[in-house]
Design a protein around this ligand. Structure first.
Ligand code: SF4
Ligand code: SF4
Length: 459
């Protein structure tokens, strides 16, 4: 009886949230699935109608088309940013996915493979790196035999790009502390899963920038934060991973207290360089003693929190010589034009709409060029581009076309999924053998803001 009442109360709460929608349609032009398909069912407003029918019990279960519409949503939150009525769309979508309708790709054999991968692989950094080799083999296989049908629903439509694997760069390993002399501030920096596997060099660059801003960096023994599983509808697996991840942060802080490296005044934030992880953990952390920040919040020139002064940090930066990271750094007057693609989990989920732009403006000769539909999702969205490649493809193509119209060679974005998706669509696939950032075949280069800043730091 109690459970039934609780369910009714929950359902009424969700229905109230749906009533906030005034059907104005403003969200349509922000929605990547609507922009790409022109189909109202693939719009936020259309999905709200579906969710309402589900919650009200007007349909016991969605038909295949309705299910497809819900599954097609990237959870990018762009609709929430533009909605004048403040409709809490993502909560409604999660409720529908969690309580009412299991995703079609969670079912059957591949659903089991998916669950297993989320539950056991994401915490295993060495197994994940072995997975890269598996992807490489799969890519070669399909290059040799392009006529063969796809193996599964989780096969990427394009090659996934990543930085070249350098075994010695697999470190910093967990439980490392990277010191800067005379600093009193230590931040917790987690390696995570996808960034660590595909773009490990970004971690090194992030630590270099944090050190330059005066922070000690402590790398806790933690695994995946649970964002990928949760964003992909595997909520229970995601919850467990998040719980474990938060416990690891508490353990790390306790260790720092024991060694007197924590100040006990919330000066030891958990810092992220990956948009999806930061947004997810911010959303899940309720302990006052845990402060979660994206790195751009710690070194935001408009709200500078770092131990080294902003002036001193700026003095460490020199101009970019070119877009090649291997170029020698020297002061250079030539302006380098770039676009900044704001990852949805920074812009829409965390509301970080200006921080990266302000930070990048510290690079003396970097000029950011505005581009069309900059705030629209690139189609990466966790594993979306693997499991929904038929829609992720045109969304990625649209993003690449808009970037090309801006006429720049350099694309800056702060999320591994966006980096990989945009790179794949700008290049039309690449030979990953030598795919180290800066040593690529295509004329475009996609880079994380921390890597660009690290390139400009005087050593
Ligand atoms: S913008 Fe908001 S109120 Fe308008 S249709 Fe979209 S969800 Fe509804
Ligand atoms: S979350 Fe993104 S993809 Fe989903 S309805 Fe909103 S704008 Fe469209």
């Amino acid at each position: 009886m109690f459970k039934e009442n609780a369910e009714i109360a929950m359902r009424d709460e969700e229905l109230d949230k749906i009533k906030a929608c005034i059907h104005c349609g403003i969200c349509l032009s922000a929605c990547p699935t609507y922009l790409t398909t022109g189909n109202e069912g693939n719009s936020p407003r259309g999905r709200l109608y579906l969710i309402k029918d589900l919650i009200q019990g007007e349909v016991p279960e969605l038909d295949a088309t309705g299910q497809e519409y819900l599954d097609n949503c990237l959870s990018c939150m762009a609709c929430e940013t533009v909605c004048p009525s403040g409709v809490e769309y993502i909560q409604l979508l999660d409720y529908a996915r969690h309580e009412k309708q299991e995703s079609s790709y969670s079912k059957g054999f591949w659903g089991l493979v998916r669950k297993f991968s989320f539950a056991f692989l994401l915490d295993q950094r060495y197994l994940l790196n072995l997975g890269r080799i598996g992807l490489k083999v799969l890519n070669i296989f399909y290059k040799l035999f392009p006529f063969l049908p796809k193996l599964s629903k989780v096969q990427p439509s394009r090659e996934i790009s990543y930085t070249k694997l350098e075994v010695n760069k697999l470190y910093p390993s967990a439980e490392t502390i990277l010191d800067v002399p005379d600093s009193e501030r230590t931040v917790l920096f987690n390696l995570g899963c996808v960034m660590d596997t595909l773009y490990n060099s970004v971690h090194h660059d992030t630590i270099k920038v944090l050190n330059a801003a005066g922070y000690h960096v402590y790398v806790p023994a933690s695994g995946c934060c649970g964002a990928l599983a949760s964003h992909s509808g595997e909520f229970k697996i995601g919850e467990k991973q998040t719980e474990k991840f938060i416990q690891a942060q508490c353990d790390a802080l306790n260790k720092l207290y024991e060694t007197e490296q924590a100040l006990g005044d919330f000066s030891n934030p958990i810092v992220f360089n990956s948009a999806g992880c930061g947004a997810h953990v911010k959303d899940k952390v309720y302990l006052e003693s845990l402060v979660v920040k994206d790195i751009a919040e710690l070194i935001d020139p408009d709200n500078w929190l770092a131990p080294v002064s902003l002036e001193a940090f700026k003095a460490k930066l020199v101009s970019l010589k070119g877009i090649d990271e291997n170029a020698e750094i020297e002061d250079c007057a030539q302006s380098i034009k770039a676009v900044y693609h704001p990852a949805c989990h920074l812009y829409h989920a965390q509301g970080l709409t200006t921080q990266y732009q302000s930070l990048l403006a510290l690079i003396p000769n970097l000029e950011l060029i505005p581009f069309l539909e900059a705030e629209v999702c690139c189609g990466s969205a966790g594993f979306y581009n693997l499991i929904k490649s038929q829609l992720a493809e045109p969304i990625g193509e649209r993003k690449a076309a808009n970037i090309k119209k801006a006429g720049v060679d350099l694309v800056i974005t702060a999320n591994p999924g966006c980096m990989s998706q945009i790179e794949a669509h700008l290049s039309g696939g690449q030979d990953n053998e030598n795919a180290e950032i800066g040593v690529q075949k295509q004329s475009h280069k996609v880079i994380h803001p921390m890597s660009l800043l690290a390139q400009c730091l005087r050593t």
